[in-house]
Write a protein of this length. Structure first.
Length: 263
């Protein structure tokens, strides 16, 4: 299937590792030009070089803190200088710390909002005018299955990612006639450093092994296994494609059947 991404420019946030990197790699394989960003320079540059070497895609690696509007402005300026425009935006951030409500300070809530909501707003605000002018754009937010089925011990993520979902659903209606689609993709338990970190937290809190924590999640997933980042990235690439032109305002899980809701 030709996704029609040859020559499109994709900005993928937090793409030095994990789901962001898997998405960047998949879009590069489909012919997109890439602007990747993360806060840590070394791993970001390594990821950019590796993606270029594997796929031959044009890749620009730009260190940025997406909670800082000035960094986002420089990021978009770089995209325009290097590629002329941004056609595809994939928002992505690391998850906030685990723990129950009473363990999180006011500052922790503020940090989660900055990292997981305001970064999405900053990026969207920066790329949307260009997409509307071009009459074509794809905004895809990486959220979590916690949006539909809250996960115990992740109150910050459960709350703030739900806010992103509400924002995206509303924006999708506002920009639909401009040729811009807005969708969310909800990863379930997937093999990333974030998942390993959560497993370590549970193991320490409950006095079990990391392997037992991972096995519990496998047991809660009908497919009986943890997902691969590449499986998640494949859906993001489809939503970024020409073939997905009539899909907007949705939240789609890639979760092995974890979510129990009917819709």
């Amino acid at each position: 299937m030709d996704f029609g991404l040859e020559g499109k420019t994709a900005l993928v946030a937090a793409s030095s590792r994990g789901l962001g990197r898997a998405v960047a790699e998949e879009l590069a394989r489909e012919g997109a030009r890439l602007l990747i960003c993360a806060r840590t320079v070394g791993p970001l540059e390594e990821a950019g070089q590796a993606i270029h070497d594997e796929t031959g895609a044009e890749v620009v690696a730009f260190p940025a803190d997406l909670t800082n509007p000035a960094d986002v402005e420089r990021l978009i300026e770089t995209a325009v200088t290097e590629f002329g425009r941004v056609d595809i935006l994939v928002t992505n951030t690391g998850g906030p710390p685990p723990g129950p409500f009473e363990s999180h300070s006011v500052e922790a809530w503020g940090s989660a909002i900055e990292q997981n909501l305001n970064s999405v707003l900053n990026l969207t605000r920066a790329v949307l005018p260009g997409m509307k002018e071009a009459g074509w754009g794809r905004i895809i937010n990486i959220t979590s299955v916690a949006v539909k089925q809250p996960i115990h011990g992740l109150i910050l993520s459960n709350a703030v990612r739900a806010a992103v979902t509400g924002f995206a659903k509303t924006l999708a209606s506002e920009v639909a006639t401009a040729g811009v689609t807005v969708n969310n993709v909800m990863p379930g338990f997937t093999k990333t450093e974030r998942l390993n970190s959560l497993a370590e937290h549970i193991a320490e809190t409950e006095g079990i092994t990391v392997e037992e924590a991972l096995s519990r999640w496998e047991g809660e997933t009908p497919m009986g296994r943890i997902g691969e980042p590449e499986e998640f990235a494949a859906l993001v690439a489809f939503l970024a494609s020409e073939r997905a032109s009539y899909i907007t305002g949705t939240s789609i899980p890639v979760d092995g059947g974890f979510i129990k809701a009917l819709i």
